[in-house]
Design a protein around this ligand. Structure first.
Ligand code: HEM
Length: 347
């Protein structure tokens, strides 16, 4: 009887061991033991160690070239990861174009005429497909591109868990509902972050992404001309900054004129974003309210990150890994798209 039990135990262990070899990411011994009979998969940094060891190098080499050509591209790619993860989780749903089955998230209010960098993701994907066909997901490429863009802009690096699969759906509705608008109150920002399992610390640290990149006039115009429905400007705006912004962004027209989110160092990932907020020079309402939204905790965090860049970098790395873990598709869920713009069935 005892030997019978040992045999059963050995069979179970070898079954799960074979599964873990066949499906990297399925780990029966660590965080992966079946819960309620359903095998669990988890993301982990070495996911492509054997199946596509070249992926890191390919991503970095494309980015080095593209960001040298146009430094803003780093910011645009970082933002793609955020807008992907806040809608159905980090599953590359954002990259899908309109088709018979898909209503693209690219048409959502926060994305339309605003998101950039899709061609760079296509270029990376094409190069990765040449070397390791059908192996590296678009969702992981977006996450890797976000990290390497941060590094190439002078920011922190982080160990990135991998193994996300790509979705076969997109959600225009959730893209409109989940991505925070720039005129949000602090309460609304916190609510939308909490919906994704992110807290106040994550909100303040991840908003620090606005240390790089640009915004269109339409994203902050309300602050210049009609902040509270009384045809007055936002009183928290520093005066000289206010006049500079008015010259970029007239009362009527010019909605697509662009200006840096961090005036002092728009292509350098540093903590100057927080210093700007302290001086009344945060560009978006959502930046400003981190300091003036009547919340002692976010206010203290802005001050701490303004004083201590290292502290900001350390928290940023933790928070973006947390963001990258939002509801990934793993194991048998989702697919590895051949082309990031369409589901495999449509190719
Ligand atoms: C806290 C809530 C946030 C709001 C309300 C917000 C809103 C915005 C808006 C309105 C723009 C300018 C878009 C345009 O005018 O075309 C922008 C740009 C940007 N956002 Fe955010 N964002 C938020 C959080 C984040 C997070 C969490 C990240 C990254 C993890 C991020 C990364 C960026 C980057 C890098 C840019 C510049 C993009 C470029 O130059 O192409 N943002 N954001």
């Amino acid at each position: 009887m005892a030997s019978h039990k040992v045999l059963i135990a050995i069979s179970i262990v070898s079954f799960y061991f074979s599964l873990s070899l066949a499906f990297p990411g399925f780990n029966p011994f660590w965080g992966g033991f079946p819960v309620g009979g359903v095998p669990q998969w988890s993301l982990y940094p070495e996911y492509y160690q054997f199946s596509c060891p070249q992926v890191d190098e390919i991503v970095m080499s494309v980015l080095e070239r593209e960001i040298a050509k146009e430094p803003r591209m780093a910011a645009s790619l970082l933002r793609l990861h955020f807008h992907d993860c806040f809608v159905q989780g980090c599953d590359a749903s954002l990259l899908l174009d309109d088709s018979e089955k898909i209503v693209s998230e690219k048409g959502a209010v926060p994305n339309k005429n605003s998101l950039r960098g899709f061609e760079v993701i296509d270029e990376i994907k094409a190069k990765v497909e040449e070397v390791c066909p059908g192996t590296v997901s678009c969702a992981d490429i977006v996450a890797l591109a976000a990290r390497d863009s941060t590094v190439l802009s002078g920011g922190p690096t982080w160990v990135l868990p991998l193994g996300r699969k790509d979705s076969i759906t997109a959600s225009l509705k959730f893209a409109n509902a989940n991505i925070p608008p720039p005129n949000s109150t602090l309460q609304h920002l916190l609510k939308l972050f909490q919906r994704q399992g992110l807290d106040e610390v994550d909100l303040v640290a991840l908003s620090g992404s606005h240390t790089i990149g640009m915004a269109r006039c339409v994203s902050f115009k309300q602050r210049l001309y009609n902040q509270n429905g009384d045809n007055e400007a936002d009183a928290t705006l520093e005066k000289s900054f206010y006049y500079t912004l008015r010259s970029v962004c007239p009362r009527s027209g010019g909605d697509n004129n662009i200006t840096p989110l961090d005036f002092t160092s728009p292509t350098k990932f540093d903590n100057y974003y927080y210093n700007s907020i302290m001086q009344g020079k945060g560009l978006l309402n959502s930046d400003e309210v981190l300091l003036t939204g009547n919340d002692a905790k976010t206010m203290d965090l802005v001050k701490s990150y303004a004083e201590d860049e290292q502290l900001f970098f350390e928290q940023y790395a933790k928070s973006i890994v947390k963001m990258g873990n939002i509801s990934p598709l793993t194991g048998f869920n989702g697919e590895v798209r051949k082309n990031c713009r369409s589901i495999n069935e449509d190719i």
